[in-house]
Write a protein that binds this ligand. Structure first.
Ligand code: F6P
Length: 362
């Protein structure tokens, strides 16, 4: 009998745990469901250009702890708005029909898309165009709707926290203000969680626009109390009250072209000028996306991956596997595609930090 064939792809930024999730999907699909699996290379690029590889048991054996993605990924490939360079000019083409045809020619009965809001937003469009899709929540940013957490987030906050701990000693020894800028896109989850875990004195997140005077007051007050250093954890998407985000670059090929970064330097300079205290900035950036996943992320990715195969078997398409209060649920991609999940202002972690005197710049 012909074996059913499923496909898998990874889109958006890489993060720890992607290989763990690929391993879980492929092993379960082969061992328990007697399926054949192929992986598209470099996210939706692979679907558009029919570039794929077969994923056999041995291909995914030994990759649990490996960072990155064995399939490659892309933050720009979008079949509905596919960037094509013509000399110096950039043109956008709708190549979704080509991508869908490729999938059909390969006789694929289901596609597992591993990604964040960008990748899963595209997955939702493909689903509406008739592709049987199941999504998996991947991002260090933890900003996906419909799920309490995403794999990659725990690893990112663990790396960020280690960074804060290491910077703490320099801040203390040199009596400096140290700014640690972390990723997170438009949401402050990484800054909030690593800021609390690393004992940040000031935590700045996009959800709470800051006032430089309040930050300067906090730093000076600490000095008066004999604490001659301050740790400021700042999300790349943080902004001043009435002000704007700092853009690092524009990636024209991308459907979401803005890349954030640099707010730590801008605010660091302002703090130094306002307080007279030596201030330094460290940007953690892509360090947060690299390396081996934490045990929590390995376990989460493994569970999510096996749940995705169950959704495929049950033909529950158009959904992402999410986790709510420790139970796995099927979240409609329509919900996920609505935009990023920001931190509610009454989040218990914000309240707890405030009650310890942590300043949020407001
Ligand atoms: O979404 C993941 C993420 O790492 C964000 O935290 C960050 O804003 C962005 O991707 C960086 O993108 P790039 O890899 O294009 O620099």
């Amino acid at each position: 009998m012909k074996r059913k064939r499923m496909a898998i792809l990874t889109g958006g930024g890489d993060c720890p745990g992607i290989n763990a999730v690929i391993r879980a999907v492929v092993k379960k699909a082969i061992l328990e469901k007697n399926r054949e699996v192929i992986g598209f290379k470099d996210g939706y690029h692979g679907m558009v250009h029919n570039r794929y590889r077969s994923l056999k048991y041995n291909d995914v054996s030994g990759i649990l702890t490996l960072g990155g993605t064995i399939l490659g990924t892309s933050k720009t490939a979008n079949p509905y708005r596919y960037a094509v360079r013509k000399g110096n000019r950039l043109e956008f083409k709708d190549l979704s029909k080509t991508a869908i045809k490729n999938l059909k020619n390969l006789d694929i009965d289901s596609l597992v898309c591993i990604g964040g809001d960008g990748t899963l937003g595209i997955a939702y469009r493909l689903f509406k165009d008739g592709i049987p899709i199941v999504g998996l929540p991947k991002t260090i940013d933890n900003d996906l709707r419909g799920t309490d957490t995403t794999f990659g987030f725990d690893s990112a906050i663990s790396i960020a926290t280690e960074g804060i701990d290491r910077i703490h000693t320099t801040a203390q020894s040199h009596h400096r203000v140290m700014m640690i800028e972390v990723m997170g896109h438009r949401a402050g989850w990484i800054a909030l969680y690593s800021g609390v875990a690393g004992g940040g004195d000031i935590i700045l997140i996009p959800e709470i626009p800051y006032d430089i005077h309040i930050i300067a007051e906090k730093v000076k007050e600490r000095n008066k109390k004999g604490k001659r250093f301050s740790i400021v954890v700042i999300a790349e998407g943080a902004k001043p009250k009435g002000g704007d985000i700092v853009i690092q670059r524009i990636v024209k090929e991308s459907s979401d072209p803005i890349r954030l970064g640099g707010i730590g330097f801008v605010l660091g300079e302002q703090i130094e000028k306002t307080t007279g205290l030596e201030t330094r900035t460290v940007v953690m950036g892509h360090l947060l996306r690299g390396g081996s996943p934490t045990p929590f992320d390995r376990i989460l990715a493994t569970q999510l991956g096996t749940e995705a195969v169950d959704l495929v078997e049950d033909k529950k398409f158009g959904c992402m596997v999410g986790i709510k209060e420790n139970s796995f649920i099927a979240v409609p991609l329509k919900e996920v595609a609505k935009g990023p999940k920001l931190i509610p202002l009454n989040h218990p972690m914000i309240m707890a930090a405030r009650s310890l005197g942590t300043c949020f710049g407001d």
